[in-house]
Design a protein around this ligand. Sequence first.
Ligand code: ZN
Length: 74
Amino acid sequence: MTVVADGEVRVAVAVVAARLVCRRCGRDENVAAEFTGGACLTVAEARGFVVDGAEVAFDGRCPPCRAVTGGRNT
Ligand SMILES: [Zn+2]
């Protein structure tokens, strides 16, 4: 986040191509998300880097696998 001279607050925003990846069955879903003012963007901004896109993968378990494992992380 940057506060410019006139007091306007600018928040770094990047459109993220995110993936939801199931560790158990390998299901891989693409989702679009808008990522606002995260730590990575703040670091990039501090280094004078303008971020205009990113890709993120979230690992976990999909609903069917959660049902099979009963909530265990296996
Ligand atoms: Zn799964």
